[in-house]
Write a protein that binds this ligand. Structure first.
Ligand code: IVH
Length: 263
């Protein structure tokens, strides 16, 4: 694949692992922003797939790139153009001249199970999980192969923006992307303070097994874009967002046999 340089680096997320970590994070934000009022967050599912950047010029999809090392990714435009729910042309009003949309490519769980069942019948290689399936399907040299894989894309943010006006709220920006025809998940919500975030975490954890796609946690983002700009980044992660990982999924199984070998 050819390389594409990200004009705005694609960052990763720092994690919180429990409610104390989350409470510390929010307290630090309040201190940094010099406010005592409850902070407003955009809460989103943390999709377990592959990060992708889509570059639209005058509403037309021009290039698509993987995250790579965050500053340089791989050009997967031909493959991404085969993904059914990614618009090649945006629709609606006030579309910026340059708009870079960021999001995750996933394989819906039902499609993943169907794919693996068929592969088993044909004695072909199975994918270990939907994340590997999404990554493997996108990094195909022949885009006809990618086209046969049931990939889907969900937007979660904006990178480069030129000659365009957008709302000062991250949530409103995602809703604007939806109006331009870009897919977002149905689970994105605005939440207030620690309790709002924790309620969302529990609600989505309870719903996890009913979703079409795999998620491995929640992402909380300060909703106010000006506060995001004020807080900025440290090393490779924004100071205004955290991923709150779900506990690893556990299953019960029965050990049928042990084959001891020397070696
Ligand atoms: S925001 C500046 N939102 O998580 C913030 N990332 O560990 C950048 N991910 O590489 C990411 N769902 O691929 C964001 N709703 C979501 C996400 C999300 C999944 C992935 C993304 C990123 C990784 C960071």
């Amino acid at each position: 694949f050819n390389k594409i340089k990200h004009q705005v680096p694609m960052l990763s997320l720092d994690n919180v692992f429990n409610s104390e970590d989350l409470s510390d994070f929010i307290e630090r934000l309040n201190k940094e922003l010099k406010t005592t009022t409850e902070l407003i967050f955009c809460a989103e599912p943390k999709l377990d797939g592959l990060a992708i950047s889509l570059l639209y010029q005058h509403g037309q999809l021009i290039t698509a790139a993987t995250r790579g090392d965050g500053s340089v990714g791989e050009d997967v435009t031909y493959n991404v153009k085969t993904i059914q729910n990614i618009p090649h042309t945006l629709i609606g009003e006030n579309i910026p001249d340059t708009l870079e949309v960021r999001g995750e490519v996933v394989i819906p769980i039902a499609a993943f199970n169907h794919y693996n069942k068929q592969a088993e019948i044909k004695a072909e290689k199975l994918f270990a999980n939907p994340r590997n399936a999404a990554a493997g399907s996108l990094r195909q040299l022949d885009s006809k192969i990618t086209a046969k894989r049931p990939l889907a894309f969900y937007s979660y943010g904006i990178g480069l923006l030129k000659n365009g006006e957008l709302a000062d709220s991250h949530y409103q920006r995602l809703m604007q992307l939806k109006q331009w025809g870009l897919p977002i998940t149905d689970e994105i919500e605005v939440k207030s303070g620690l309790h709002g975030c924790l309620d969302y975490y529990q609600a989505l954890l309870d719903k996890r097994n009913t979703l079409d796609y795999e998620i491995d946690g929640i992402v909380y983002k300060i909703d106010d874009i000006n506060a995001q700009l004020q807080l900025g980044f440290i090393s490779k992660a924004p100071r205004w967002a955290r991923a709150h990982k779900f506990p690893a999924q556990e299953e019960q199984t029965r050990l049928l046999n042990v084959d001891f070998q020397v070696g």
